[in-house]
Design a protein around this ligand. Structure first.
Ligand code: 16G
Length: 248
């Protein structure tokens, strides 16, 4: 129950109540939470107060609304650690989810300037270009455009179906590629129309734009990937260790 004499504003108390019930699993994923009217009655507040609480929970990605139907609980965000070099398939397996892809484009193409520079090759050298929608348990999570040096994996597109196979697994097991580290940047972006359409998000939804260059054990970059991850479904997790401040 809300406390009218609490220092916390009433709408914050309602937010906390809904959030707690989602976290405890009382309000389950993709099911409807109590309506604005029910919450207003339950907490003896006016509907505007409840509406403010629900609006903020929606902005925080806890709930989503269906026109004329009320508010529903969002699936939890996928937590990916930033410590290790892993693949989408491995990350999903670790979470007990099933990874799959929709292959939108798979061709061998001459590298343009940007790709050539990232991979330290000459423009025009052959790269495998693979564009995939990445899914976790049939939910679209990311749109990925990968460029891989064709010289390191000849024939890869002829013999593999990347709608169900892992690119990293094939590169390691079939082509003996020893990937050792990657440079990666992550930026927040507002999704454009194509991102919305592909990622099945609505206007205003944020995306995490990720660029990764992956290196083998010879310090040779072999993969350049640009991806758009759904900001409402994905978050990165990292452990920070204290670096002792320098004494002046
Ligand atoms: C991840 C990588 C991507 C890599 C892919 C391979 C990020 C941001 N990106 O999505 O660079 O190409 O895994 O996935 O983590 P796969 O082995 O499942 O095909």
């Amino acid at each position: 129950m809300t406390k009218h004499d609490s220092p916390l504003p009433l709408y914050v108390q309602i937010k906390d109540y809904v959030r707690l019930n989602i976290q405890k699993g009382v309000f389950r994923v993709n099911t409807r939470i109590p309506s604005e009217r029910q919450l207003a009655q339950q907490f003896s507040v006016n509907r505007l107060t409840v509406s403010k609480a629900l609006k903020e929970l929606a902005q925080e990605g806890m709930i989503y609304s269906r026109v004329g139907k009320g508010s529903y609980v969002c699936p939890p965000k996928i937590n990916q650690t930033l410590q290790s070099l892993s693949s989408f398939t491995e990350e999903m397996k670790r979470r007990g989810q099933r990874a799959s892809s929709r292959v939108l484009h798979a061709e061998i193409e001459p590298a343009g300037e940007e790709v050539a520079e990232a991979l330290s090759i000459l423009p025009g050298a052959e790269v495998v270009v693979l564009v995939r929608l990445r899914l976790a348990d049939d939910d679209v999570i990311a749109l990925e455009k990968s460029h891989i040096l064709n010289a390191l994996c000849p024939g890869i597109l002829l013999h593999h179906d990347f709608s169900c196979e892992s690119l990293y697994h094939v590169l390691r097991e079939e082509y003996g590629l020893r990937m050792t580290y990657a440079h990666q940047t992550i930026e927040a972006q507002v999704a454009n129309d194509t991102d919305h359409r592909m990622l099945e998000t609505k206007g205003g939804a944020p995306i995490l734009s990720i660029v990764r260059v992956t290196y083998n054990d010879q310090d040779q970059p072999f993969e350049y990937v640009r991806s758009a991850y759904r900001g409402d479904r994905y978050r990165f997790y990292t452990v920070l260790r204290l670096v002792e401040p320098q004494q002046d």
